[in-house]
Design a protein around this ligand. Sequence first.
Ligand code: CA
Ligand code: CA
Length: 419
Amino acid sequence: MVKRLLLILVMGFLLAALTACGEKPLLSDVSFSKDRITPNADGEDDVLRIQYRLSRRAYLSIYFLDQAGNRFVFRQHELRAPSAEEPYSVYFSGVVDGYVLPGESFEGFTVARRVLQDGTYTWVVEATDETGHTEQVTGTLTIADADAALPELRNFTVSPPVFTPNRDGIDDRARINVFVTKDYTSLVVYLLGEDGVRYHVAEDERSPSRPGEAGFHTFDYDAGVDLGAEPPPDGTYTVWAEVQDAIGQQVVATSTLTIKDGGVPKAYILNGEVQWSARSILLGETLYFTLTVENDSATPIRTSGPPPGTVYDSDQNYSTLGWTIQSGVFRVGIHCENALINYPWRWAVGDRSVLVEDEEGHLYLPPFTRAVVTGGIRFVDVEGARNPQYCWAGLIHEDVEIAQVNDRVDPVFLFIEVP
Ligand SMILES: [Ca+2]
Ligand SMILES: [Ca+2]
């Protein structure tokens, strides 16, 4: 008697549950607009539309099973709100999450999105509500003439692995190279920081292959410093290369790049002030100057000799003293109107008491540091027509610029008396 009552109760519950489901299926109106597509970007049968309706909040999956039962994922357990008046609608171009075929292995890149290989598949649209109740609808889809070649990324390299974008002429740029095996619609390279911020890297205009074409592509990265922007903070970044072909296949490759001592150097002659030893000298005498250089940035500024205190003869210059121009180096220079070259007399922006030396022997004025620079020019002849002539100081960023504020600083109207 008790057993029988229980049975009736259980049957009653089952009936109620069935009725509830029958009234309101979780998943309904599922349709694929085509049962065959040819994903090859020729404009014919390249895409189909998938529609479905959800009666309540659910996790939705759409996947494909090949004849052997291998699963290819288009949507994986994604939370969806109940359908409003219109059903959900999504285009499908044959491209699913990346997968690897039997016997296949890729070196140096991974496949993020890949087209289904030609064949017949069972499609499955599946919804699971928050109680764990699952419903699915299935059908058949044929893939034919798929353009299944992958846009492979080969030999993705970043060099040097550590670079110092600070305009000191040493490792200021990183070069990123990659070979793409197929014509593509987009190729992007960016640095990704641990905080999730992306820094885009532009393709070099001198890249051997045109954008969009298979071949060798190069990217030149200065961290923005050339345009005066502060580079990303020092640290190690993941460098991503992402390529996508016309049918939507995506291949990615990663490497790392470390930024060190990055920054925009800013240095000035303090107060734009130069102390000159005289306004009038006898031929054969020396004009001395004293000024202070200030590194007003968080970046060390590089310099080279000769050291402060050096006295030039007026017919000498930095080159004849053996201190040729080096790209990225800051030096104090003196120029007089009669000089034949720009700022012929140059000095390091400090002496050993304030400069620091790196492992390779390069000298730097540390961040937020001042240094007194002195020197002299002994006038051995009066070249040129002008006497008196203007002489002035400058702070030269060699092969980069002489900032306006650092050019023609505090001129002296110098008379050289010829006995
Ligand atoms: Ca097609
Ligand atoms: Ca550098």
